[in-house]
Design a protein around this ligand. Structure first.
Ligand SMILES: NC(=O)c1ccc[n+]([C@@H]2O[C@H](COP(=O)([O-])OP(=O)(O)OC[C@H]3O[C@@H](n4cnc5c(N)ncnc54)[C@H](OP(=O)(O)O)[C@@H]3O)[C@@H](O)[C@H]2O)c1
Length: 167
């Protein structure tokens, strides 16, 4: 079992524009949907869930994909995901899967990086600059990465890194 943070980022490192929007190309969305459907699961922060739910962005996912939301609040009525209080709980519940997908956003990603809960980071580098946008890691944090792979797709590249554990 390994945990993989999979995010699309602009060429300047932003994961969303200043309004929280994610104007990624079709190919990047397809990469993300394909990877999530293949993994069979997805963990996300509460804000990301709200945005994706509101925009109908779960529609292309295989209905069998297990969706987990990390939140200190209970699930709203009609939630299409299970709500858990910590990333550790979601990881435990998904421990039978070979790959556990983590969608972000930055608050969840940062907390999991700090807690050594991410094994790999996969980034689709999109051909766009989102000045003043939302940074991938909003807090001061340093982690060494090992480059595992570079994959070219229509309009961008996916960089795959292993995350070195903090001592
Ligand atoms: N580019 C991409 O691939 C990508 C991917 C995902 C998201 N995004 C963008 O990122 C933005 C949202 O990111 P964000 O960083 O603001 O929010 P987020 O990480 O999606 O969600 C943050 C919320 O999740 C809960 N949470 C996160 N970590 C937790 C932890 N360790 N323990 C308990 N609760 C935790 C808290 O909610 P409660 O207050 O409910 O406790 C927290 O306020 C959106 O604009 C979205 O579009 C981009």
């Amino acid at each position: 079992m390994k945990t993989v943070l999979y995010m699309a980022i602009a060429a300047n490192g932003a994961v969303a524009n200043h309004q929280g929007g994610t104007p990624w190309g079709k190919a990047s969305w397809q990469n993300y949907i394909r990877a999530t459907n293949a993994a069979g699961n997805l963990i996300m922060g509460r804000t990301t869930y709200d945005v994706m739910e509101r925009n109908g962005e779960f529609d292309p996912f295989d209905p069998k994909v297990k969706l987990f939301v990390v939140s200190s609040h209970p699930a709203p009525p009609k939630a299409i995901a299970e709500f858990v209080a910590t990333p550790a709980e979601a990881i435990k519940r998904l421990s039978d899967f070979e790959i556990i997908m983590v969608a972000g956003g930055p608050i969840l990603a940062t907390s999991m990086l700090k807690a050594n809960q991410l094994n790999e980071i996969h980034l689709d580098i999109e051909p766009i600059i989102l000045g003043g946008g939302v940074p991938l890691i909003p807090n001061q944090l340093e982690r060494h990465l090992t480059l595992l792979d570079i994959i070219r797709y229509d309009g961008g590249i996916t960089l795959k890194y292993a995350v070195e554990k903090a001592s």
